[in-house]
Design a protein around this ligand. Structure first.
Ligand code: PMT
Length: 399
């Protein structure tokens, strides 16, 4: 589940082990990751871009500059797309380039431009691996938190035996999820709400909103990656989450309120990403309402404010709210931050045609801290943003 919808760039450099990368790409696609392959000129001597394109189902990228105009330069667009970059096979030459920040081809330029985690999977002759300069380069990469998977020992393409063989695709598949894990929230409990609530008018009709749950689910996965014990309380959605997350389904705001209050004990962080209905029909009919007069009215009554209920508890919990606004984003969010006594509020603009906020894969937010500080996050995919938010929450808790 952890690899589902993750955007992985597989970089291939020149080496006979390139044939194993074909199996790696297939394995990642089977885990439902979205894979894009970048090949260096030398790697094309060992395997064709067509093979990799067929396996990944995406065009293969080979050139740093194309002659036709593009709004986004290829290396920048790819570096933003990546949740992780895995270079397999990684030649001694590529490792040296990465160590020294060279960017003379598409793959090295993407590695320099990305903020996503990078892994190299070395594959080379044993003498090249043992060379002092290669070992120095590897040590420098590790110091910069670049993952180094392998190499293994065994028979090499040149007929010699020793360290330098690329590890097997199945091993690489087991190691890639580690690139997303951190221990930022190890031993902490995080309760997250997501999605819409449905307030019944009668047994077949309800009042709701356009929340898809994507933001809340992305936060839950990011919190899990950060080592937290995660409870996700969600309104109706068709999204799946990791089986390691405790998942509670609710329909109404009252049910969400009850579930949050049951889970809040021993909780360290509460994140309210749900679009909770502020009102519900005062009298929900037990029978389907029949068509009658030209106009009918539905009387609404206030739902409990879940965030305020949590912040009024004696036990101190770090509480993060969201503010979904169509205008006066920062001013309205600030008011909610203060009124609901939150530690932090994440303000996002919502409305039709924005491609942001409700029911979109992307979001753009401003974080307002209790201490008056504010930070803007530009438009990005919700799962990438969620990881940034989880890191920001941890630093705010520690400051
Ligand atoms: O689900 P997606 O399609 O991915 O969309 C994400 C999102 C736009 C729903 C999400 O990013 C978001 O903004 N969630 C909060 C939406 C909302 O209800 O905002 P609000 O400004 O009306 O409420 C402010 C805060 O109070 C929210 O944290 C809300 O969860 C909370 N609240 C609201 C009402 C209520 N009765 N109890 C609450 O705790």
């Amino acid at each position: 589940m952890i690899m589902q919808n993750k955007n992985i760039i597989i970089g291939m450099t020149g080496g006979i082990a390139a044939y194993k990368t074909a199996e790696l790409v297939r394995g990642l696609c089977n885990l439902k990751a979205k894979v894009r392959v970048i090949m260096t000129k030398n790697s094309e001597e060992f395997i064709t871009p067509l093979t990799m394109q067929t396996l990944s189902g995406e065009p293969v990228y080979t050139e740093l500059f194309k002659t036709h105009f593009r709004k986004n330069l290829e290396h920048i667009a790819l570096s933003r797309f990546a949740d992780a970059v895995v270079v397999a096979p990684a030649s001694a030459n590529f490792i040296a380039k990465l160590t020294h920040g060279l960017a003379d081809d598409l793959l090295s330029a993407v590695c320099l431009a990305t903020t996503a985690p990078i892994a190299v999977v070395p594959a080379m002759n044993k003498e090249m691996w043992q060379a002092a300069i290669t070992q120095e380069n590897i040590a420098a990469l590790k110091k910069r938190n670049i993952f180094v998977f392998g190499p293994a020992s065994g028979e090499q393409a040149c007929g010699e035996v020793g360290f330098g063989r690329m590890i097997e695709p199945q091993e690489i598949l087991k190691l890639i999820p580690k690139m997303f894990e951190s221990q930022l929230f190890y031993g902490k409990k995080i309760v997250i709400t997501a999605g819409p609530t449905r307030e019944n008018i009668d047994p077949v009709r309800y009042i709701s909103n356009y929340s898809s749950s994507k933001m809340g689910y992305a936060l839950a996965e990011a919190a899990l990656e950060a080592g937290a014990y995660v409870v996700l309380i969600s309104g109706p959605t068709n999204l799946d989450c990791s089986t390691k997350i405790k998942h509670i389904n609710i329909h109404t705001a009252e049910e969400m309120h009850k579930a949050v209050m049951q889970e809040i004990s021993a909780c360290d962080v509460f994140i309210s990403a749900a679009a909770v209905s502020d009102y519900r029909p005062a009298n929900s009919s037990s029978q389907k309402t029949k068509k009658g007069t030209e106009r009918i009215s539905i009387e609404l009554k206030r739902n409990p404010d879940i965030l305020s209920a949590v912040t009024s508890l004696k036990r101190k919990i770090f509480v993060v709210g969201f503010a979904a606004e169509t205008k006066n984003l920062v001013a309205n969010a600030k008011e909610k931050l203060i009124n609901k006594k939150l530690n932090m509020i994440i303000a996002n603009k919502v409305g039709s045609g924005l491609g942001l906020g409700f029911d979109s894969d992307d979001n753009e937010v401003v974080i307002l801290h209790k201490n008056g500080k504010s930070v803007k996050f530009p438009k990005m995919r919700k799962n990438k943003l969620a990881r940034e938010l989880i890191k920001t929450i941890r630093s705010a808790m520690l400051s």
